[in-house]
Design a protein around this ligand. Structure first.
Ligand SMILES: [Cu+2]
Length: 329
């Protein structure tokens, strides 16, 4: 059951019961107004109480008792049932713990950013239909409120706090500006919205994830010509998560380029390029890989490196000076 279902059910039950009670009360009122209407053949009733005298013989208050009990049953049942439904909205469905897609949402004046548990950081929220999505919302600056009206989702975005909520999207589609900020947060508040995309199914979602994890690497020499020879290996190692290490032979590059699709964890990667022979210097760099990326590395030849070293020597002298001033360091 989605949040939309829950709130729709609550709305319909309240609407139906309210209508039913309204019909009963209004009909009974009209019935009595008609029954006790003033007619011409009215005769003086000797039993009518006089002014100031309490009426007698009015039964035992059965009608009052019955209507009171009925109302109490209806009201208590409504409270218990609604409370149960809202608890479900709070906790989420059972499958939320096991296989939900987790997204960290961060509000900053005046935009939203998304980080998936696999390290992707797309600039829109993309989810598969009919799958539970767990979101954790926070803010980097002032108070915002993250909301997707069509999914009945709303969560406070408060610096230092993480508001957790969930939803299950049912209708695939691209929804422009469906994500909004619901807390007046400043001059750009009204434009603090984002697109929301619901993909057909889990399969389509996995395809989208694969597309996002596309890394194109190009190796160039200093004349910006593709490097086709002289590279032994390129390795990629995730800086934080273990088990995400990848290596590519120089032969796997085509005309200096390679397209890598096998990575399934985004984040910061250390890149090392080991040259073959002495045509190039080794390269050590790091890249941020949180979506489709195009990286170009320039391989320097050793002669140029010597020039660099000369430059570095000058810098090195400066560093030594600093060290002396800094004392032990
Ligand atoms: Cu805002």
């Amino acid at each position: 059951m989605t949040r939309v279902d829950v709130f729709e059910d609550i709305f319909l039950v309240f609407l139906a019961l309210g209508t039913l009670v309204g019909i009963i009360v209004v009909s009974y009122t009209l019935y009595n107004a008609y029954k006790y209407r003033d007619t011409e053949d009215r005769t003086d009733d000797k039993d009518l109480p006089a002014l100031g005298e309490l009426p007698t013989g009015g039964g035992s208050g059965k009608k009052l008792f019955v209507s009171f009990i009925l109302s109490a049953i209806v009201v208590i049942a409504l409270i218990v049932w609604t409370y149960g439904m809202l608890l479900y909205v709070e906790d989420g469905p059972d499958e939320l713990d096991e296989d939900a897609i987790e997204v960290d949402v961060q509000g900053s004046a005046f935009s939203w950013s998304y980080e998936y548990d696999n390290g992707l950081e797309p600039n829109e929220l993309v989810v598969p239909a009919d799958e539970p999505v767990q979101i954790s919302v926070t803010s980097t600056d002032v108070w915002h409120t993250f909301g997707i009206s069509q999914e009945r989702v709303k969560a406070d975005a408060i610096p230092g706090e993480h508001d957790e909520t969930w939803f299950i999207a049912e209708d695939p589609g691209e929804y422009e500006n469906a994500i909004e900020c619901f807390e007046l947060c400043g001059a750009g508040h009204s434009s603090m919205d984002d697109d929301f995309r619901v993909l057909e199914d889990q399969e389509a979602y996995e395809e989208w994830v694969d597309e996002q994890f596309t890394l194109d690497i190009t190796l160039e020499d200093e004349d910006e010509e593709p490097v086709t020879e002289g590279v032994d290996e390129l390795t990629l190692v995730h800086q934080e998560e273990e088990g995400h290490e990848y290596a590519y032979d120089g032969d796997e590059f085509e005309n200096g380029s390679i397209t890598i699709n096998e990575i399934d964890q985004g984040g910061d990667y250390d890149v090392e390029i080991t040259p073959e022979g002495d045509e190039f210097e080794p390269v050590e760099e790091s890249i941020v890989f949180t979506g489709p990326s195009d990286e170009t590395f320039t391989l320097e030849s050793p002669e140029d490196e010597e020039d660099d070293e000369e430059n570095n020597e000058d810098e090195g002298d400066d560093e030594t000076d600093n060290d002396e001033e800094g004392g032990e360091n």
